[in-house]
Design a protein around this ligand. Structure first.
Ligand code: NAP
Ligand code: ZN
Ligand code: ZN
Length: 347
Protein backbone atom coordinates (compact mmCIF):
# COMPACT_ATOMS: atom_id res chain seq x y z
CA UNK A 1 0.00 0.00 0.00
CA UNK A 2 1.05 3.61 -0.58
CA UNK A 3 1.34 5.86 2.45
CA UNK A 4 -0.60 9.04 1.63
CA UNK A 5 -0.98 12.38 3.40
CA UNK A 6 -4.15 14.39 3.19
CA UNK A 7 -6.70 16.61 4.91
CA UNK A 8 -9.92 15.00 6.09
CA UNK A 9 -13.03 15.53 8.17
CA UNK A 10 -14.09 12.81 10.61
CA UNK A 11 -17.77 13.85 10.82
CA UNK A 12 -20.16 16.52 9.53
CA UNK A 13 -19.29 18.98 12.29
CA UNK A 14 -15.50 18.71 12.29
CA UNK A 15 -12.99 20.90 10.50
CA UNK A 16 -10.53 19.64 7.90
CA UNK A 17 -7.32 18.49 9.62
CA UNK A 18 -4.25 16.50 8.52
CA UNK A 19 -4.94 12.76 8.15
CA UNK A 20 -2.70 9.94 6.94
CA UNK A 21 -4.15 7.03 4.98
CA UNK A 22 -3.23 4.40 2.39
CA UNK A 23 -3.94 4.07 -1.29
CA UNK A 24 -3.56 0.95 -3.41
CA UNK A 25 -0.29 0.31 -5.26
CA UNK A 26 -0.90 0.98 -8.97
CA UNK A 27 -2.46 -2.05 -10.70
CA UNK A 28 -1.91 -2.98 -14.37
CA UNK A 29 -4.16 -0.18 -15.71
CA UNK A 30 -3.52 2.39 -12.97
CA UNK A 31 -1.66 5.66 -13.04
CA UNK A 32 -0.07 7.01 -9.86
CA UNK A 33 -0.19 10.81 -9.82
CA UNK A 34 1.74 13.06 -7.43
CA UNK A 35 -0.73 15.91 -6.91
CA UNK A 36 0.43 19.50 -7.55
CA UNK A 37 -2.86 21.43 -7.25
CA UNK A 38 -6.44 20.70 -6.28
CA UNK A 39 -9.36 23.10 -6.76
CA UNK A 40 -11.95 23.71 -4.03
CA UNK A 41 -15.54 23.16 -5.18
CA UNK A 42 -18.69 24.12 -3.30
CA UNK A 43 -19.66 20.44 -3.61
CA UNK A 44 -16.76 19.75 -1.22
CA UNK A 45 -18.51 21.91 1.40
CA UNK A 46 -21.93 20.30 0.80
CA UNK A 47 -20.44 16.81 1.20
CA UNK A 48 -18.06 17.48 4.09
CA UNK A 49 -21.06 18.87 6.03
CA UNK A 50 -23.33 16.05 4.83
CA UNK A 51 -25.80 18.53 3.34
CA UNK A 52 -26.81 16.07 0.59
CA UNK A 53 -27.02 13.01 2.88
CA UNK A 54 -25.11 9.71 2.75
CA UNK A 55 -21.69 11.11 3.68
CA UNK A 56 -18.87 8.60 4.21
CA UNK A 57 -16.28 9.49 6.90
CA UNK A 58 -13.38 10.00 7.21
CA UNK A 59 -13.73 12.12 4.05
CA UNK A 60 -10.85 13.54 2.01
CA UNK A 61 -12.54 15.93 -0.44
CA UNK A 62 -11.23 17.30 -3.73
CA UNK A 63 -12.09 16.54 -7.36
CA UNK A 64 -10.20 19.11 -9.40
CA UNK A 65 -6.87 17.32 -9.30
CA UNK A 66 -3.75 17.90 -11.39
CA UNK A 67 -0.34 16.36 -10.91
CA UNK A 68 2.49 14.49 -12.57
CA UNK A 69 2.53 10.80 -13.33
CA UNK A 70 5.01 9.07 -11.04
CA UNK A 71 4.36 5.44 -11.87
CA UNK A 72 2.23 3.43 -14.32
CA UNK A 73 0.97 -0.16 -14.47
CA UNK A 74 2.15 -2.64 -17.20
CA UNK A 75 -0.97 -2.24 -19.32
CA UNK A 76 -1.21 1.58 -19.24
CA UNK A 77 -1.24 2.98 -22.79
CA UNK A 78 -2.36 6.60 -22.50
CA UNK A 79 0.25 7.96 -20.05
CA UNK A 80 3.96 7.83 -19.36
CA UNK A 81 5.95 8.78 -16.29
CA UNK A 82 6.37 12.58 -16.08
CA UNK A 83 3.16 13.47 -17.95
CA UNK A 84 0.80 16.05 -16.53
CA UNK A 85 -2.46 14.31 -15.67
CA UNK A 86 -5.81 15.22 -14.20
CA UNK A 87 -8.57 13.50 -12.25
CA UNK A 88 -12.02 15.05 -11.99
CA UNK A 89 -15.18 13.94 -10.22
CA UNK A 90 -15.23 10.26 -11.25
CA UNK A 91 -12.74 7.39 -10.97
CA UNK A 92 -14.78 4.41 -12.27
CA UNK A 93 -18.11 3.15 -13.66
CA UNK A 94 -19.44 -0.12 -15.12
CA UNK A 95 -18.15 0.78 -18.64
CA UNK A 96 -20.74 -1.56 -20.23
CA UNK A 97 -24.14 0.13 -19.97
CA UNK A 98 -25.61 2.37 -22.73
CA UNK A 99 -24.56 5.52 -20.93
CA UNK A 100 -20.98 4.38 -20.29
CA UNK A 101 -20.70 3.38 -23.96
CA UNK A 102 -21.85 6.88 -24.94
CA UNK A 103 -19.21 8.46 -22.68
CA UNK A 104 -21.79 9.50 -20.10
CA UNK A 105 -20.12 7.73 -17.18
CA UNK A 106 -21.67 10.23 -14.76
CA UNK A 107 -25.02 8.61 -15.60
CA UNK A 108 -23.80 4.97 -15.44
CA UNK A 109 -26.84 2.74 -14.98
CA UNK A 110 -25.00 0.49 -12.56
CA UNK A 111 -22.83 2.77 -10.48
CA UNK A 112 -20.61 5.79 -10.89
CA UNK A 113 -17.63 5.78 -8.54
CA UNK A 114 -16.93 9.34 -7.51
CA UNK A 115 -13.45 10.54 -6.61
CA UNK A 116 -14.37 10.80 -2.92
CA UNK A 117 -17.33 10.19 -0.63
CA UNK A 118 -18.03 7.05 -2.67
CA UNK A 119 -17.13 3.35 -2.77
CA UNK A 120 -15.14 1.57 -5.48
CA UNK A 121 -17.03 -0.92 -7.71
CA UNK A 122 -16.44 -3.55 -4.96
CA UNK A 123 -18.91 -1.58 -2.82
CA UNK A 124 -16.66 -1.57 0.27
CA UNK A 125 -13.45 0.35 -0.47
CA UNK A 126 -13.93 4.07 0.15
CA UNK A 127 -12.50 6.59 -2.32
CA UNK A 128 -10.46 9.58 -1.14
CA UNK A 129 -10.09 12.82 -3.08
CA UNK A 130 -7.48 15.34 -4.04
CA UNK A 131 -6.76 17.22 -0.81
CA UNK A 132 -3.83 14.80 -0.63
CA UNK A 133 -0.33 14.29 -2.02
CA UNK A 134 -1.06 11.41 -4.44
CA UNK A 135 -3.85 9.49 -6.14
CA UNK A 136 -3.99 6.16 -7.98
CA UNK A 137 -6.61 5.98 -10.74
CA UNK A 138 -7.46 3.72 -13.69
CA UNK A 139 -6.09 5.41 -16.82
CA UNK A 140 -9.54 5.40 -18.44
CA UNK A 141 -10.60 8.03 -15.88
CA UNK A 142 -7.44 10.13 -16.11
CA UNK A 143 -7.35 13.24 -18.34
CA UNK A 144 -4.41 14.54 -20.38
CA UNK A 145 -3.40 18.04 -19.35
CA UNK A 146 -1.64 20.38 -21.77
CA UNK A 147 1.60 22.07 -20.64
CA UNK A 148 0.40 25.31 -22.33
CA UNK A 149 -1.62 26.84 -19.47
CA UNK A 150 -0.69 27.48 -15.82
CA UNK A 151 -1.50 24.26 -13.95
CA UNK A 152 -3.17 25.95 -10.97
CA UNK A 153 -5.60 27.77 -13.29
CA UNK A 154 -6.35 24.56 -15.16
CA UNK A 155 -7.30 22.37 -12.18
CA UNK A 156 -10.80 23.93 -11.81
CA UNK A 157 -11.65 22.90 -15.38
CA UNK A 158 -11.97 19.32 -14.10
CA UNK A 159 -15.22 20.17 -12.32
CA UNK A 160 -16.25 23.85 -12.62
CA UNK A 161 -15.15 23.83 -16.26
CA UNK A 162 -16.79 20.64 -17.48
CA UNK A 163 -19.97 21.24 -15.44
CA UNK A 164 -20.67 24.50 -17.25
CA UNK A 165 -19.22 23.56 -20.67
CA UNK A 166 -21.31 20.38 -20.95
CA UNK A 167 -24.83 21.90 -20.71
CA UNK A 168 -23.88 24.86 -22.90
CA UNK A 169 -22.75 22.36 -25.56
CA UNK A 170 -25.73 20.04 -25.03
CA UNK A 171 -28.22 22.87 -25.64
CA UNK A 172 -26.08 24.34 -28.46
CA UNK A 173 -25.85 27.69 -26.76
CA UNK A 174 -24.19 30.29 -28.97
CA UNK A 175 -24.69 33.19 -31.36
CA UNK A 176 -28.14 34.77 -31.17
CA UNK A 177 -28.85 33.43 -27.65
CA UNK A 178 -29.33 35.55 -24.57
CA UNK A 179 -27.79 33.73 -21.61
CA UNK A 180 -28.05 34.64 -17.95
CA UNK A 181 -25.43 33.23 -15.58
CA UNK A 182 -26.74 33.06 -12.04
CA UNK A 183 -24.06 33.30 -9.31
CA UNK A 184 -20.48 34.45 -9.84
CA UNK A 185 -18.40 31.82 -8.10
CA UNK A 186 -16.33 28.89 -9.35
CA UNK A 187 -18.91 27.49 -11.78
CA UNK A 188 -20.42 30.88 -12.64
CA UNK A 189 -17.18 32.48 -13.79
CA UNK A 190 -16.46 29.54 -16.10
CA UNK A 191 -20.02 29.70 -17.46
CA UNK A 192 -19.47 33.39 -18.31
CA UNK A 193 -16.22 32.60 -20.12
CA UNK A 194 -17.69 29.70 -22.11
CA UNK A 195 -20.99 31.39 -23.02
CA UNK A 196 -19.00 34.39 -24.24
CA UNK A 197 -16.57 32.17 -26.18
CA UNK A 198 -19.52 30.41 -27.85
CA UNK A 199 -20.87 33.77 -29.09
CA UNK A 200 -23.89 34.30 -26.81
CA UNK A 201 -24.94 37.59 -25.23
CA UNK A 202 -24.07 37.06 -21.56
CA UNK A 203 -25.73 38.69 -18.56
CA UNK A 204 -24.38 38.18 -15.05
CA UNK A 205 -27.12 37.75 -12.45
CA UNK A 206 -25.45 38.34 -9.09
CA UNK A 207 -26.23 39.26 -5.50
CA UNK A 208 -22.82 40.99 -5.14
CA UNK A 209 -22.64 44.57 -6.50
CA UNK A 210 -18.87 44.56 -6.08
CA UNK A 211 -18.48 41.77 -8.67
CA UNK A 212 -19.78 43.88 -11.60
CA UNK A 213 -16.40 45.04 -12.95
CA UNK A 214 -14.96 41.51 -12.72
CA UNK A 215 -18.02 39.99 -14.42
CA UNK A 216 -17.49 42.31 -17.36
CA UNK A 217 -13.77 41.51 -17.51
CA UNK A 218 -14.63 37.80 -17.55
CA UNK A 219 -16.88 38.31 -20.59
CA UNK A 220 -20.35 39.34 -19.35
CA UNK A 221 -21.97 41.98 -21.57
CA UNK A 222 -24.50 43.03 -18.91
CA UNK A 223 -24.77 42.87 -15.13
CA UNK A 224 -27.99 42.62 -13.12
CA UNK A 225 -27.90 43.02 -9.35
CA UNK A 226 -30.64 40.59 -8.34
CA UNK A 227 -31.27 42.31 -5.01
CA UNK A 228 -32.53 45.42 -6.87
CA UNK A 229 -36.15 45.32 -8.01
CA UNK A 230 -35.70 47.92 -10.77
CA UNK A 231 -32.84 45.96 -12.31
CA UNK A 232 -34.82 42.71 -12.29
CA UNK A 233 -37.71 44.35 -14.16
CA UNK A 234 -35.40 45.01 -17.11
CA UNK A 235 -34.85 41.30 -17.73
CA UNK A 236 -38.48 40.11 -17.52
CA UNK A 237 -39.08 37.43 -20.22
CA UNK A 238 -35.59 38.12 -21.52
CA UNK A 239 -33.36 35.05 -21.56
CA UNK A 240 -33.22 31.96 -23.77
CA UNK A 241 -31.20 30.23 -21.06
CA UNK A 242 -30.23 30.82 -17.47
CA UNK A 243 -27.48 28.64 -16.10
CA UNK A 244 -28.10 28.52 -12.36
CA UNK A 245 -24.91 27.90 -10.35
CA UNK A 246 -26.22 28.95 -6.94
CA UNK A 247 -25.26 26.73 -4.00
CA UNK A 248 -27.84 28.05 -1.49
CA UNK A 249 -31.66 28.03 -1.49
CA UNK A 250 -33.02 30.85 -3.68
CA UNK A 251 -36.21 32.02 -5.35
CA UNK A 252 -36.68 30.01 -8.57
CA UNK A 253 -39.92 31.86 -9.37
CA UNK A 254 -38.06 35.14 -9.68
CA UNK A 255 -35.65 33.64 -12.22
CA UNK A 256 -38.38 31.78 -14.16
CA UNK A 257 -40.00 35.16 -14.83
CA UNK A 258 -36.81 36.20 -16.62
CA UNK A 259 -37.14 33.36 -19.17
CA UNK A 260 -38.48 34.06 -22.67
CA UNK A 261 -40.72 31.73 -24.74
CA UNK A 262 -39.40 28.13 -24.88
CA UNK A 263 -36.48 29.13 -22.68
CA UNK A 264 -34.76 26.94 -20.11
CA UNK A 265 -33.30 27.33 -16.64
CA UNK A 266 -30.43 24.86 -16.45
CA UNK A 267 -29.70 23.96 -12.83
CA UNK A 268 -26.14 22.97 -12.08
CA UNK A 269 -26.09 24.31 -8.53
CA UNK A 270 -27.48 21.84 -5.99
CA UNK A 271 -28.75 23.62 -2.86
CA UNK A 272 -29.34 21.32 0.11
CA UNK A 273 -33.12 21.84 0.03
CA UNK A 274 -35.59 20.67 -2.65
CA UNK A 275 -36.32 23.13 -5.46
CA UNK A 276 -39.73 24.85 -5.15
CA UNK A 277 -41.43 26.76 -7.95
CA UNK A 278 -44.85 27.86 -9.04
CA UNK A 279 -46.52 25.83 -11.86
CA UNK A 280 -47.52 29.03 -13.63
CA UNK A 281 -43.82 29.85 -13.87
CA UNK A 282 -43.30 26.96 -16.29
CA UNK A 283 -46.63 26.88 -18.17
CA UNK A 284 -46.24 30.57 -19.04
CA UNK A 285 -43.88 31.00 -21.99
CA UNK A 286 -43.65 27.16 -22.20
CA UNK A 287 -40.57 27.33 -19.98
CA UNK A 288 -38.47 24.38 -18.77
CA UNK A 289 -36.35 23.69 -15.75
CA UNK A 290 -33.54 21.26 -16.55
CA UNK A 291 -30.42 19.94 -14.84
CA UNK A 292 -26.98 18.76 -15.78
CA UNK A 293 -24.36 16.75 -13.90
CA UNK A 294 -20.63 17.32 -14.54
CA UNK A 295 -19.77 15.70 -17.91
CA UNK A 296 -18.48 12.34 -19.15
CA UNK A 297 -14.81 11.44 -19.55
CA UNK A 298 -14.58 12.12 -23.32
CA UNK A 299 -16.20 15.53 -22.88
CA UNK A 300 -13.93 16.31 -19.92
CA UNK A 301 -10.95 15.68 -22.19
CA UNK A 302 -12.68 17.84 -24.81
CA UNK A 303 -13.07 20.83 -22.48
CA UNK A 304 -9.45 20.58 -21.34
CA UNK A 305 -8.30 20.53 -24.98
CA UNK A 306 -10.69 23.36 -25.92
CA UNK A 307 -9.33 25.54 -23.11
CA UNK A 308 -5.69 24.82 -23.99
CA UNK A 309 -6.41 25.73 -27.62
CA UNK A 310 -8.32 28.93 -26.82
CA UNK A 311 -6.26 30.06 -23.82
CA UNK A 312 -9.19 29.73 -21.41
CA UNK A 313 -8.44 29.08 -17.74
CA UNK A 314 -9.91 29.73 -14.34
CA UNK A 315 -9.31 32.83 -12.17
CA UNK A 316 -7.83 31.47 -8.98
CA UNK A 317 -6.62 32.32 -5.50
CA UNK A 318 -3.89 29.82 -4.66
CA UNK A 319 -3.92 28.86 -0.98
CA UNK A 320 -1.85 26.72 1.38
CA UNK A 321 -3.77 23.68 2.58
CA UNK A 322 -3.94 24.90 6.17
CA UNK A 323 -6.11 27.82 4.91
CA UNK A 324 -8.83 25.43 3.74
CA UNK A 325 -11.29 25.94 6.62
CA UNK A 326 -11.11 29.72 6.17
CA UNK A 327 -11.55 29.31 2.41
CA UNK A 328 -14.81 27.39 3.07
CA UNK A 329 -16.08 30.21 5.32
CA UNK A 330 -15.28 32.76 2.62
CA UNK A 331 -17.07 30.71 -0.07
CA UNK A 332 -20.14 30.57 2.15
CA UNK A 333 -20.07 34.39 2.19
CA UNK A 334 -19.74 34.46 -1.65
CA UNK A 335 -16.22 35.85 -1.11
CA UNK A 336 -14.35 33.90 -3.77
CA UNK A 337 -12.37 35.21 -6.76
CA UNK A 338 -13.25 32.91 -8.38
CA UNK A 339 -11.86 29.54 -7.34
CA UNK A 340 -9.64 28.59 -4.42
CA UNK A 341 -6.91 26.17 -5.49
CA UNK A 342 -4.72 24.35 -2.98
CA UNK A 343 -0.97 24.29 -3.63
CA UNK A 344 -0.20 20.73 -2.55
CA UNK A 345 3.47 21.55 -1.94
CA UNK A 346 2.17 23.10 1.33
CA UNK A 347 0.85 19.74 2.59
P1 NAP B 1 -19.29 29.00 -5.23
O1 NAP B 1 -17.96 29.22 -5.86
O2 NAP B 1 -19.42 29.07 -3.77
O3 NAP B 1 -20.31 30.04 -5.94
C1 NAP B 1 -21.68 30.09 -5.67
C2 NAP B 1 -22.18 31.52 -5.97
O4 NAP B 1 -23.61 31.50 -5.84
C3 NAP B 1 -21.74 32.57 -5.00
O5 NAP B 1 -20.45 33.10 -5.26
C4 NAP B 1 -22.81 33.64 -5.16
O6 NAP B 1 -22.57 34.44 -6.32
C5 NAP B 1 -24.05 32.81 -5.44
N1 NAP B 1 -24.90 32.67 -4.25
C6 NAP B 1 -24.56 32.13 -3.05
N2 NAP B 1 -25.61 32.16 -2.22
C7 NAP B 1 -26.62 32.72 -2.90
C8 NAP B 1 -27.99 33.00 -2.59
N3 NAP B 1 -28.48 32.72 -1.38
N4 NAP B 1 -28.77 33.55 -3.55
C9 NAP B 1 -28.27 33.85 -4.76
N5 NAP B 1 -26.98 33.61 -5.10
C10 NAP B 1 -26.18 33.05 -4.18
O7 NAP B 1 -19.86 27.57 -5.65
P2 NAP B 1 -19.47 26.62 -6.91
O8 NAP B 1 -18.28 25.80 -6.55
O9 NAP B 1 -19.49 27.41 -8.14
O10 NAP B 1 -20.72 25.59 -6.87
C11 NAP B 1 -22.02 26.07 -7.09
C12 NAP B 1 -23.03 24.95 -6.93
O11 NAP B 1 -22.87 24.02 -7.99
C13 NAP B 1 -22.90 24.13 -5.65
O12 NAP B 1 -24.20 23.81 -5.19
C14 NAP B 1 -22.19 22.88 -6.11
O13 NAP B 1 -22.43 21.75 -5.31
C15 NAP B 1 -22.81 22.70 -7.46
N6 NAP B 1 -22.06 21.85 -8.40
C16 NAP B 1 -22.78 21.06 -9.23
C17 NAP B 1 -22.15 20.28 -10.16
C18 NAP B 1 -22.95 19.47 -11.12
O14 NAP B 1 -22.46 18.47 -11.63
N7 NAP B 1 -24.15 19.87 -11.44
C19 NAP B 1 -20.76 20.27 -10.24
C20 NAP B 1 -20.05 21.12 -9.38
C21 NAP B 1 -20.70 21.91 -8.46
P3 NAP B 1 -22.95 36.02 -6.34
O15 NAP B 1 -22.06 36.65 -5.30
O16 NAP B 1 -22.61 36.41 -7.73
O17 NAP B 1 -24.41 36.15 -6.03
ZN1 ZN C 1 -17.12 20.08 -8.10
ZN1 ZN D 1 -22.27 2.08 -16.90
Amino acid sequence: MLATKGYAVQNSKSKLVPWNFERREPGAKDVQIEILYCGVCHSDIHQVRDEWGGAIYPMVPGHEIIGRVKKIGDKVKKFKVGDLAGVGCMVDSCRECDNCKKGLEQHCKKKTVFSYNSYEMDGVTPTYGGYSNRIVTDEDFVIHISEKLPIEKTAPLLCAGITTYSPLRHWNVGKGHKVGVLGLGGLGHMAVKFANAFGAEVTMLSTSAKKEADAKKLGAHNFVLTTEREQIKKVKNYFDFIIDTVSAPHDYNMYLNMIDTNGIIICVGVPPEPIKFNGFGIIGNRRSIAGSSIGGIPETQEVLDFCAEHGIASEVEVIPIDYINEAYERMLKSDVKYRFVIDMATL
